[in-house]
Design a protein around this ligand. Structure first.
Ligand SMILES: Nc1ncnc2c1ncn2[C@@H]1O[C@H](COP(=O)(O)OP(=O)(O)OP(=O)(O)O)[C@@H](O)[C@H]1O
Ligand SMILES: [Mg+2]
Length: 335
């Protein structure tokens, strides 16, 4: 039997699932390449640390943006190296890969994703919507005729779907997730504090003291940045209430996405969803106050999935073992 592998190439993290090992890799989606020799000089966490601070002859990339392949060659090199490191590919061994891609991805984007994985060393590739995999991985009964709803909020995109009988009844994707929240924090600090900070600092603030409930105090954090007026280094203490104020308007788009999908489903399905609630997955699911904020905005009962960050990759594993969960046959394309 073919060697089957699950691949979730996310904006922030790439995850790999294999039949023997389960989740064998969780690694930042980043790679650094020597511009002269074209050799891969760093992968994953090491490459991410190099972003924006490499010497001239080394280029550090994040090849996945908003859930899609944006730097084809780098993405292919990254996948190839990850497959080789985990002994998934070798001279005589090429896997069959089930990969997760965003909902409503166009044909060009689909081909880019597929070719990335072929270049990475796969023998055959099939794509399944990441939001469906997330539902399967969160333990929802995806093949039951009862409607269930899921919101997966990652680093680059948030997707909402209502799933029933092994398919997607209604779904919505928006490019508002962790990174957009970080941009909102960067803009806020610049405007209110005259402080310039970069993406990693904004993310640290969001994860450490971030909340979307202003009655929830997560304390404060001292950060280093640059004064926007003087250009000099500056240290300031930032409070969780400020992060809440900075991200709340941006999060409104995610709430609206949930409401849009709810409006799109037939009344019988909507009633299932009001009975059983919404499952929340993805790296942002654990942000304090998020589940409550969604409840307040939509009236839905919200459950945070177990291991929310691994729902998509666990779902791919579940679909590899039980392909019948996805109502239509998975289309594996050969290279
Ligand atoms: N404990 C936490 N609290 C809040 N946010 C978190 C936490 N842990 C991780 N995150 C955020 O989760 C995001 C990454 O989530 P995830 O791994 O699901 O994304 P991804 O799959 O790489 O991206 P995408 O699915 O959008 O392409 C990052 O923005 C990160 O800051
Ligand atoms: Mg993801």
């Amino acid at each position: 039997m073919a060697y089957m592998v699950g691949l979730d190439m996310g904006t922030t993290y790439t995850r790999i699932w294999t039949q023997e090992g389960g989740i064998v890799l969780r690694c930042p989606s980043a790679a650094a390449i020597d511009s002269e020799t074209h050799k891969l000089v760093a992968l994953g966490a090491k490459a991410r640390e190099m972003l924006g601070k490499t010497p001239q002859d080394i280029l550090a990339y994040r090849p996945i943006r908003e859930g899609l392949v944006s730097e084809f060659e780098v993405a292919a090199r990254m996948v190839r190296a990850m497959f080789q490191n985990k002994q998934i590919t070798s001279t005589f061994n090429r896997p069959v890969v089930l990969m997760a891609t965003p909902y409503r991805i166009n044909q060009v984007q689909q081909l880019a994703a597929e070719n990335t994985v072929f270049e990475g060393g796969a023998k055959a590739v099939a794509q399944v919507p990441a939001i469906f995999a997330a539902a399967a991985g969160a333990g929802l009964r995806v093949s039951s005729p009862r409607g269930s709803m899921i919101l997966n909020m990652g680093g680059g995109i948030s997707e909402v779907a209502v799933i029933s009988s092994g398919g997607i009844i209604a779904a919505h994707s928006i490019k508002v997730a962790g990174e957009r929240l970080d941009s909102a924090i960067i803009n806020y600090l610049r405007q209110r504090r005259n402080l310039i900070v970069g993406g990693p600092t904004a993310e640290e603030l969001r994860v450490t003291i971030g909340t979307c409930d202003n009655s929830l105090d997560r304390g404060s954090m001292k950060i280093y940045g640059r004064n926007a007026r003087t250009g000099l280094a500056s240290t300031q203490e930032v409070f969780s209430s400020e992060i809440c104020e900075a991200i709340t308007p941006t999060l409104g788009a995610v709430m609206k996405s949930v409401s849009t999908v709810l409006e799109d489903v037939p009344p019988e399905v909507a009633s299932d969803i009001y009975d059983y609630g919404l499952m929340l997955s993805g790296g942002c699911a654990r942000m304090p106050g998020l589940a409550d904020a969604i409840h307040k905005a939509t009236g839905l009962r919200v459950t945070i999935a177990r291991n929310p960050r691994d729902c998509v990759i666990n779902g791919l594993g579940r679909l590899i073992k039980h392909p019948e969960l996805w109502g239509t046959a998975l289309e594996y394309r050969l290279k």
